[in-house]
Design a protein around this ligand. Sequence first.
Ligand code: 2RA
Length: 389
Amino acid sequence: MFPARMNWSVEAWIRTRRTRSAGLMPRAERVLLNDSQYESMDKTASFTVGIVGATGAVGQELLRLLEARRFPVGSLRLFASARSAGRKVLFAGQGVSVEEARPGVFAQVDVAFFAAGGPVTRALAPDAVKAGCLVIDKSSALRLDPDVPLVIPEINPEAIRSHKGIIACPNCSTAVALMGLWPLHRRFGLKRYIAATYQSVSGAGAEAVQELEAQVLAHTRGAVLQHKVLPHQIAFNVLPQVDSFGPNGYTGEETKMMHESRKITGLLELPVSVTCVRVPVVRAHSVAIHAEFERPVSVEAAREAVAAFSGAELVDDPSREEYPTPLDFSGKAKCGVGRIRLDTALSNGLAFWVSGDNLWKGAALNALQIAELMIRDGLLRPKAALAAV
Ligand code: 2RA
């Protein structure tokens, strides 16, 4: 079993150049265990954990969180494309070889985190399920499949019980928005919401982060700013496009936010209209939300509801110019909610702002929290233990 560590290891901090990119590395003191299910997990069990897409940005965050949150890893299998096979990745002070992700590799794996995109999930998740491995999927491939629960543990934890081998995680902008919307829905009854996102470049992958950095550097040298990952220059700019456009003029990202919000909240007809915008921020997405509710609202009651919600941190003191920012919420388990005020255009309306880590709550952390919950509730057991019964 890998050694459980109390704090971040030095090795974890220097793992790759990618995670050393400015602003991409969260500060150590922000790695919190206090929402981990560790204390109530079965610590006698140890799991064979797989990560598909281990060398990508989300895969790397999963490794850091598995260690920081003391997930009971007995054995670790790292999978990636054939190109990355053979590379060594450091986990808990030991080098782990990356294997090619292909059918047949899941026979011994208890739980596999898929973070390699829709086509890989479609190609390999059924094989993993057949091998008795629980798949926790970050891709968008199966999120709206009625047989696949789409789960944010602070919102719809009960949904994990209906899985048939695969549990999906929401898109990062949906997750961040819902961490602000959910406590307000519980208090006032959500009727509709309209939002604009401010999405960091890490949402588009490590290459987009490098593109932003290269553009900033080129600008300081008076050189031409080139782009190939994002559709236009992102440095000193904002792009009202995340993902490609559909026939109705909305992008894939905007459509995901609408459908996923409905599925997770259970408000199946919820009217949602979103404009998704890429901004030159390295890490953590923000969302400006205008929401209408069934019942009368007040700023005080809204602040109370947010402060009482386990997934959010209230940062809302206009007199001291205090509100959440993406820098402050990079590497935080919770999402920050602030700028809460009465909406001047909606009845029973509130306007507010949420910032949250797209690579953590929007991806790796949410996936890990699902596994922690499954273990805590006795729904995930090592295959070896099951065979011995
Ligand atoms: C983005 N939400 O930020 C996407 C990543 N899934 O581009």
